[in-house]
Design a protein around this ligand. Structure first.
Ligand code: HEM
Length: 453
């Protein structure tokens, strides 16, 4: 790497990237990398999340990143990552470049991340690169209707959401909605949206997929188990293909099935592994959104009015879902690897450099985000938040989530179903509205008291 900066760019851009010292590397390892590994990158381990909520673990990582930023004047800092050099981006001008770089140069599949994800979706777009990646991204964009605010299968999907919400709708006057109930409902929605009603009851398939996700948490470091997981992947894939063969046209699998695959190397239906992962993850998003609404009565009233008004847009409630994702992102770190030389503030780094955006840190950065630790859904209604590179629950640029609109549609509609008939009352864990919100919540332990409207 050429650490000699090109002076004009450096002067324009502020201090040049600098290597971290030994103590900084150690601190980053202990407060950020190791805790993230122990938590699990793909399927967060509930017991660890509960412990981190009690210990306020995100605050350790945020303190480290703030100290790095202060010492290096906001410049990207070159740390020793698990698999080699890693540039950590701490300033918005570098975030802008991160999102501007083409995915060919700043690839989505760095070895660490890919070692994990390839266990559960070896042919998924996020594990692919080069021309193959571009082709698979097109399949994802088309099936998920990434560019359309409303998915063409919106009607049948909303019918599925309504039916599944009805199955768990509390029947007694004072009842509790908890994470296991929400998970069960969202898993059924996930299977029905991706594979069709024939898969609605197939909990065995979801169990297999969770075995793979748990293994992926180890990032391929348990070699024998990684090999053994291949048999589970094969079983799950055969089951997905079985449903996909006769899935009705509105399902995601059917939309993928019709995609041309002239050379037979694209595996359009295989993209369903990621879609099931992402849709299953919506139960946590819904649980945290409802928890936040239970703790913020004025926001709940606004969201409930939105839900009562009906329609698919539900802007107020949708803003609540986005705000819950800002506070508690599904993807707390965005990790890439360079596949060509890249230049940051005039310093050129060789291919193979990992680049990290600590997204959760930026989204909660009190130095740059107004009311960073408060639940303020309104920020998403003005447009200020949507175009802000510091706030990236769905990422930005070429790697931006193609399932954003679909994920928001499903989560918002699901929460609306609950709010239409019930008021959210006392909830656990308690999130007093007058105090800054904690960095993480024990999602598995969420319990919300509900009262009929
Ligand atoms: C509301 C919940 C969701 C959030 C917060 C979310 C967030 C993200 C983020 C941050 C990325 C970039 C990951 C990275 O850079 O490593 C991503 C990628 C992706 N997401 Fe989502 N996502 C959500 C829902 C969905 C849904 C519902 C689907 C599909 C059914 C989906 C499909 C994908 C795919 C295929 C990619 C990989 C894109 C690529 O490699 O170009 N996501 N998502």
């Amino acid at each position: 790497m050429h650490l000699a900066p090109q002076h004009t760019e450096v002067l324009d851009a502020g201090p040049a990237p600098a290597p971290a010292g030994t103590a900084e590397n150690l601190r980053f390892l202990l407060t950020h990398t190791l805790p993230a590994f122990v938590r699990g990158f793909v399927n967060p381990r509930p017991a660890v999340v509960k412990a981190y909520a009690a210990l306020d673990q995100p605050a350790w990582s945020a303190a480290t990143l703030r100290a790095l930023r202060a010492r290096h004047g906001g410049a990207p800092v070159l740390l020793r990552g698990i698999s080699g050099p890693m540039l950590v981006l701490l300033d918005v001008q570098d975030l802008r470049q991160f999102y501007r770089e083409p995915v060919r140069a700043l690839a989505m599949d760095p070895p660490d991340k890919n070692n994990g994800l390839s266990i559960l979706e070896p042919t998924g777009v996020i594990c692919s690169h080069g021309e193959l990646r571009e082709d698979r991204r097109r399949i994802n964009d088309a099936s998920l209707a990434a560019e359309r605010p409303v998915h063409p299968s919106c009607e049948p999907y909303l019918a599925v959401v309504a039916e599944e919400a009805e199955r768990i709708r509390p029947r007694t006057s004072r009842a509790v909605l908890d994470t296991p109930a929400l998970r069960g409902a969202l898993h059924r929605i996930s299977r029905r949206v991706v594979l069709g009603d024939a898969a609605a009851d197939d909990e065995q398939l979801t169990d297999w997929l969770y075995v793979l996700r748990d293994e992926a948490n180890w990032m391929g470091r348990r070699k024998k188990r990684t090999v053994a997981a291949r048999a589970v992947y094969d079983k799950a894939t055969a089951r997905i293909e079985h449903y996909a063969a006769t899935a009705p046209a509105h399902t995601l699998a059917a939309r993928a099935r019709t995609h041309p695959d002239p050379a037979g190397d694209l595996d359009p239906v295989g993209q369903a592994h990621h879609w099931l992962l992402a849709l299953d993850g919506l139960s946590g998003v819904a649980a945290r959104t409802l928890l936040l609404l239970a703790s913020h009565p004025a926001e709940q009233d606004r969201a409930a009015a939105d839900a009562a008004a009906g329609g698919t847009a539900l802007p107020q409630l949708r803003a609540c879902v986005r705000e819950s994702l800002r506070l508690y992102p599904l993807v707390p770190d965005l990790l890439r690897v360079t596949r060509a030389e890249t230049t940051w503030r005039g310093v050129t780094f060789p291919p193979g450099t990992a680049v990290l955006v600590p997204a959760q840190f930026h989204q909660r950065d009190p130095e740059h985000v107004t009311a960073a630790d408060r639940f303020v859904p309104g920020r998403w209604l003005t447009g200020d938040a949507t175009g802000n590179n510091r706030l990236a629950p769905f990422s930005h640029g070429g790697g931006r989530c193609p399932g954003e609109n679909l994920g928001l549609l499903v989560t918002t509609a699901f929460c609306a179903e609950i709010l239409r008939t019930h008021r959210l009352a006392r909830a656990l864990p308690a999130l007093p509205a007058e105090r800054p919100l904690p960095g993480t919540v024990d999602t598995a332990g969420i319990r919300i008291g509900v009262v009929p409207r």
